[in-house]
Ligand binder design. Structure first.
Ligand code: PBG
Length: 319
């Protein structure tokens, strides 16, 4: 009996370890932004209440207002589309200009820039298509040029999302050869062909004009393919790997975190955001409660970073 207290406290310590609490930190979050040409533009994305396509001047105002969020992910919105996605790697492209402006005015912001062709091709696919077929050589060439142009503008991380084979290796070589070996690569490694991207395609006007993305994005029935893809990306030089979408793929996040040593990011995508907005309607408390429960589950599964359209709300909710 004399040891009773001791054993209880040992046991409760064990239980405490076992029930270790998940902590959500605003520093884990990356806020996505859609950037468009022009000035004074705050153009609402119809399917994503609270999210806007912003011109660079408005983006700067928004970034100035970010409280504790220090990481952002940029997407370009343009109508300058063609067969070879030329505008994507133009020095004067909207993303390149946004990156250099941010880096001049907000040195403490870590800038990630999405590297893909779908917002810049007239057919809306993530690849260059030649004679009706995916042209891998031209696609890798274009993706690498985009990544180098972002690095030149000052991006801290480039984020290839095209799901082209060897994109990480090609970009890594391109960055090294151009003197940007310090620019990081956040790879969309395990990217599933998902209906949860629908509102995003509305934001970028990037829905494929023919076919779908199932030939290069993953089938959600597959259990091992995402893990193999992550392994390959790490071997090719990825610094951070990503699982996308997040909520229907918590098992993949969990496995990625357990099996690899690099940081794991999860993308709480546009459809996951839109669903919360649709269900909660104008009820702010309900919205906060559902969103937090979702975001905690992503963190609990093992995500080190969460890309989320709720990032700005999180910085209010967690304080
Ligand atoms: C580009 C890209 C997409 C998303 C991020 N990068 C769309 C897609 O692959 O169809 C989706 C992000 C979101 O839904 O929030 N390839």
């Amino acid at each position: 009996m004399r040891n009773h207290g001791l054993s209880i406290s040992r046991k409760s310590k064990k239980i405490r370890d076992f029930v270790a609490e998940t902590k959500l930190d605003v520093k884990d979050f990356i806020m996505p932004y859609f950037i468009t040409e022009g000035s004074k533009i705050i153009d609402p994305v119809r399917s994503m209440p609270g999210i806007y396509r912003l011109s660079i001047d408005e983006l700067m105002k928004d970034i100035t207002g970010l409280k504790d969020i220090s990481k952002i992910l940029l997407f370009g919105v343009t109508d300058k589309k063609d067969g070879s996605a030329n505008y994507a790697y133009s020095k004067n492209g909207v993303v390149q200009k946004a990156i250099s402006t941010i880096k001049n005015e907000h040195k403490d912001i870590i800038v990630f820039a999405d590297v893909c062709l779908c917002g810049y091709t007239d057919h809306g696919h993530c690849n260059i298509i030649t004679n009706g077929e995916v042209d891998s050589t031209q696609t890798l060439h274009a993706l690498t040029k985009i990544a180098v142009s972002y690095a030149e503008a000052g991006a801290d991380f480039v984020a290839p999302s095209a799901m082209a084979d060897f994109q990480v290796r090609s970009i890594k070589e391109g960055l090294n050869d151009s003197g940007f070996s310090k620019t990081g690569i956040l790879s969309y490694s395990a990217k599933f062909a998902s209906s949860f991207y629908w509102p995003f395609r509305d934001a970028l006007d990037s829905s494929p004009r023919f076919g779908d993305r199932k030939t290069y994005q993953m089938d959600y029935r597959n259990q091992d393919e995402p893990i193999l893809a992550i392994k390959t990306d790490i071997e090719e030089g990825a610094d951070i790997v990503m699982v996308k979408p997040a909520l229907s793929y918590l098992d993949v996040i969990y496995r990625a975190k357990k099996e690899f040593d690099v940081p794991v990011a999860a993308y709480n995508v546009s459809g996951e955001y839109a669903i919360v907005k649709a269900v909660a309607k104008e009820d702010k408390i309900f919205e906060k409660e559902i969103a937090l429960e979702m975001l905690y589950s992503i963190k609990r599964a093992g995500a080190d970073f969460i890309i989320s359209y709720f990032a700005k709300d999180i910085s209010k909710w967690l304080t």
